[in-house]
Design a protein. Sequence first.
Lengths: 268, 268, 315, 280, 280
Amino acid sequence: MTGNADERGSPAPGAPEAAILAAQGISHVYENGSGLVRALDDVSLALPAESFVCLVGPSGCGKSTLLRILAGLIPPTAGQVLLDGQPILAPQRRIGVVFQQANLMPWRTVAENISLPLELAHVPPEEIRQRTEAMLDLVGLIGFARAYPAGLSGGMAQRVAIGRALIHDPEVLLLDEPFGALDALTREQMSGELLRIWARHRKTVFMVTHSIPEAVLLADRVLVMSPRPGQIIGDFAIPLPRPRSLALLHEPAFVALTEQLRRCIRSA
Amino acid sequence: MTGNADERGSPAPGAPEAAILAAQGISHVYENGSGLVRALDDVSLALPAESFVCLVGPSGCGKSTLLRILAGLIPPTAGQVLLDGQPILAPQRRIGVVFQQANLMPWRTVAENISLPLELAHVPPEEIRQRTEAMLDLVGLIGFARAYPAGLSGGMAQRVAIGRALIHDPEVLLLDEPFGALDALTREQMSGELLRIWARHRKTVFMVTHSIPEAVLLADRVLVMSPRPGQIIGDFAIPLPRPRSLALLHEPAFVALTEQLRRCIRSA
Amino acid sequence: AYLRAREPEPAPMTPVTLFMSYIPSVQFAHVYVAAERGYFADEGIDIHFENGFNEADGVERLASGDLKFGLISGEQVILARAQGRPVVYVYEWYEHYPVGIVAPQGSGIVAPSDLAGKVVGIPGPQGASYTGLRALLKAGGLTEDDLAELRSIGFTAPENVCEGAVDASVVYVANEPLTIEQQCFPVDVMRAADYAPLVANGLVTNEQIIREQPDLVRGMVRAIDRGVADVIADPDAAFQIAVEKYVPDLPAEQYATQRQVLDNSIALWDSTGGLTTLDKWQTTQDLLIEMGLLAAPLDDLAACFDMRFLPERDG
Amino acid sequence: MTHPTPTPGRASDALSRVAASPFRLARPRGTRLHLLLAPAFGVLLLAGWWLLAESGRYAAFIVPPPSSVAQRWWRLVEDGSLLRHTAVTLREVVSGLVIGVAAAFWLGYLIAKNRIAAYTLTPYLVALQAVPIVAIAPLLIIWFGAGIASKVIICALLVFFPMLVNTILGVRSIPTELRDLMRSLEATPLQTFWHLEMPAALPILIGGLKVSATLSVIGAVVGEFVSASAGLGYLINFGRGTYDTPLVIAAVFTLTALALLLYGLAAWLEAVLLDWQDAG
Amino acid sequence: MTHPTPTPGRASDALSRVAASPFRLARPRGTRLHLLLAPAFGVLLLAGWWLLAESGRYAAFIVPPPSSVAQRWWRLVEDGSLLRHTAVTLREVVSGLVIGVAAAFWLGYLIAKNRIAAYTLTPYLVALQAVPIVAIAPLLIIWFGAGIASKVIICALLVFFPMLVNTILGVRSIPTELRDLMRSLEATPLQTFWHLEMPAALPILIGGLKVSATLSVIGAVVGEFVSASAGLGYLINFGRGTYDTPLVIAAVFTLTALALLLYGLAAWLEAVLLDWQDAG
Ligand SMILES: Nc1ncnc2c1ncn2[C@@H]1O[C@H](COP(=O)(O)OP(=O)(O)OP(=O)(O)O)[C@@H](O)[C@H]1O
Ligand SMILES: Nc1ncnc2c1ncn2[C@@H]1O[C@H](COP(=O)(O)OP(=O)(O)OP(=O)(O)O)[C@@H](O)[C@H]1O
Ligand SMILES: [Mg+2]
Ligand SMILES: [Mg+2]
């Protein structure tokens, strides 16, 4: 654990027990018609408050499973998840989730999908309208407020999902490849926005990503997961100064970190 | 148009009229509840036989729409698609498609999803079995042959979709972000496989991708699309020698090309 | 002694389906006896029974030629002919109209005039029940408006009377009062037949059969008449035949009751050889007109029945 | 949404259209000609009926000519009896439909969400469907009286099952992913009901409603057959008892009109509530 | 698949289980206790009935005690008449169900795929549902005879509509994306039918089948009420005519058993054909 949150003026992340969200000895086994699938094997991790942690790992290693367990959506076969030191028994509104699939409600327009969390939280309509407007702007879908999901492109749907997760301002964000369906340019914009939100609103972010450069560019810490059954086999602090820009991409320190990560993943 | 297919010993691609698949003056307008969406505006392109063409462009610019029109799945509002110089009136089995979503049949196992095209083509069962086995191996899902799609991770589902598109060996492959849900490592493996298949079986590939390096690494030619309404605003020949390897990533020629592309996209 | 016009050589058997608008029952003992004792076969008739549950259905099918014979209530013939159905009544089976009104004993409802101000149940304002009710009301000098309520209760008279949901109810006199007495309490029955001569059930066919197959009609009438005579002469034997072969679903513990039902039925039957008379038809027609079921008198009321096929019979 | 397969000559055709107006729709709306199909078919059926009646193949009392039915119907309209009987039946139908559908919906929802309820109740609800009304008519009349209540109950019983099965089907078909989304937002059961379950199950629910609405008409009529002195079912019985076939047919036509009306309402509801299905 | 919400103490509990065997299921199978729920509820209902009968509130022929029904039922079994009548009804039910469901399926498929058929036929199929059987009973018997055929037709008519509506619903619910996939593979209409439409529509189809299977029993009985001398419907009518209420109830119970059997078959079909729904 290395603290890189200096630029935000936050305290350096403390020991695991000071973590806002922690997983202890998580194992998970699925049953799938033809047999059992060991998805996770004794995974422990701690997310210090206001940290930005990325998780990388090969396809099918259990990243989404871990994220769902952290979100309280599935009870693990073994182990427990602690939110502020308390075992979580059900999903919490304090934790916002972006699923790997956009997961939109086809009967709601883009604006209505984005405003769903506010509606559920009984935010007054006028405020809903304003915040939705702002979020539509942020995800670049102003012109599509009244379109239905069936009429969206893959990337547009994913941006709606991101907007929906951010709008109610949860303390902890769990993001499952949120930018997977976005082109390079939009991806850069969106991750820039995410960083800005994280810095300004002092959130804790846990993000699964497929892009090593992205992980290095965004995170305080990158975790590497082994192939199934998933185990944390690497935990890299990213000591690059913030704010970071795309210019980093060609700096030796950055290239060295990505190479280090790449090697760790390859060795798994 | 630049011919880079030398290493495959194929003839240099000819004029557009010699193209295996060509689009002429394609425009497309959608209606979406609240109004009209101009997705494509007068797009023309030609895919010479055995060429590998990538398409990049911002989210929602009309890439998937173009791909579906090329596949004969939607009739464009204006323009026509020619396959071997003949206007296509319906989808052709000669053209294999990987959709942006995995699009699996939930009631079929992984193996059954992959073998679907062979079944429809009345391939003998024994041959189906063998080719499915081989394809499962190629996409790294041997152990999941009998799992149902509901029990797959996002990346695994996408690999099934790739296997399904490759198995019946279509002449032309239209791929819509086939590697979007794959981690960097798997992505490299799969794109390596794709290149090998392309070279060995003399296919024509048209691929939408979000990754500029990936486009440069794979393609003979990279097309750049403008934001909606989509127009082709850049057409870059990639004169890098084949076979290409990941080592290229840091070569100046490669970096220059990617930078050039990036600038073109950004300028749009 | 029966006079039989035997043909020189036995003709091939004619299949005939006889329609009865009720479940198999000892009330049909006469046709069972006739079948069992070969009376139909004697006439060259291969008899089959069909149990329908709606008289009007049977009449429609008789009129259309789908059926040749049925045991049908007389007023149905008038109503059907008024609407152009060429059905004809050829043999009177019931001399007395089988409908009446039942009321708990001691309730003071013993005559039609006692119905004033009472709640009376009825299956529905149509059919034989309604005809019987109207005949009784008329005899008591009442109209429907004099009742507290005429309540449509479907075929649930015993349940409603036992539960006291109605003061009195229109019933078929052969079986329903018996059920109430056995299950609940003694009752008083007033029979419509005691107040007005109405045409009741008989054998019905259509004009085409009469025209084209008069011998068949004659044969049917004769066989049924022999059955009726046999049942009247020896109800016990008839009952035995009926329950053993034709009403197999009747459990033994019901025999006593059903034997009583048979007696009650026989009491209503025509023991005189099936002859009906025009004045009964006239009374019935008048009543139907009064009830609003018939717009005007038939042009030829006498065409409703045809008594030419009756056999001679010793009383 | 589906796209029609392109037809020859279509592309250039489309080209010229777009040349004229670049904002033309991708799928031009069809004409309204399809609305004439059903009436046209009706005219055909009517002609067939008329021919059958004229042919003399069946006696006029079995297949009366359309004209005599029309006359009879008009008489019923004029003397106000059609309105009266229809009103009686309509009241039974509407009450029965509301009660039956509401009961089926809540029970179906319960069964879909609660395994204990599913295992306990399902066999009995299925069994209930197999009980012929006439077999329980005495009890119904004793318990609910001979008035409208027993008819409403009978109608509700008939309407119940299709709605029940489709409610269970609809609620069970909701994707787990969307349930997970609602859970992650800490939606209350009521919020989950209104914001997820209702809209997601709606297409299948309305399918059930369509069947139920159509059956409800028969339900009321069956009730009237058991015992009644007014209503279209009574009118049919009366017509049959007096051998007035045109009356029977006129009443049946009125019934079918009622069924079409109710079905049409359900279809309208579908069109309004599920407009998102063909948007985009 | 759904995941139960974690409950307190569950995690550590699971931990110890996994410690013992790392390959334990994530969702341990429940016990088979739930299979006792329905019988338990049945016992409750039976007790209620018994109390009602014993209370003397109703005469024995209105609410007979369970014991007398059981005795009557046993006698029917012993003398073989129950078997005979059940066989008659079962034959009608099975034939009617097969014909009705097949007709509904093909017509529904046609309507779902073809707008012209939809606009032309739908109103008439809805209207047909509102025609009371009794109103057309004479015609049915004239056309199909008083034998089994008319009962089968009546049963088929009753069974038709729920299956029709659910077929349309099921076929229309198939995602366009999968249709596109099949088109891109140049699947023939027959292949699309077998490899896409049937499996995709199956859950909703089976919902329709469940309703139809249950209704089919009533359909045959309605047919037997029109005219019959055998079958459970006939037996019910006979029991009503002789005020043999135990017989009526025994026959009704046999009917409900038949309905449960058919429903059970449909549910079994669902479990077998839709096993993929809870795999993974
Ligand atoms: N619902 C499920 N039922 C059964 N097995 C499942 C289920 N979900 C996931 N799995 C299995 O668990 C393993 C891990 O899946 P998971 O979705 O967590 O992978 P992932 O790391 O997110 O992969 P990807 O990068 O491809 O999304 C996979 O082998 C998958 O087959
Ligand atoms: N079925 C549809 N109905 C209405 N509008 C649609 C439909 N499909 C796509 N669109 C619109 O057309 C435009 C282009 O969509 P398309 O899916 O082709 O984009 P794309 O380039 O593939 O984007 P992405 O990279 O995000 O997948 C978008 O604005 C989208 O909203
Ligand atoms: Mg995943
Ligand atoms: Mg796309």
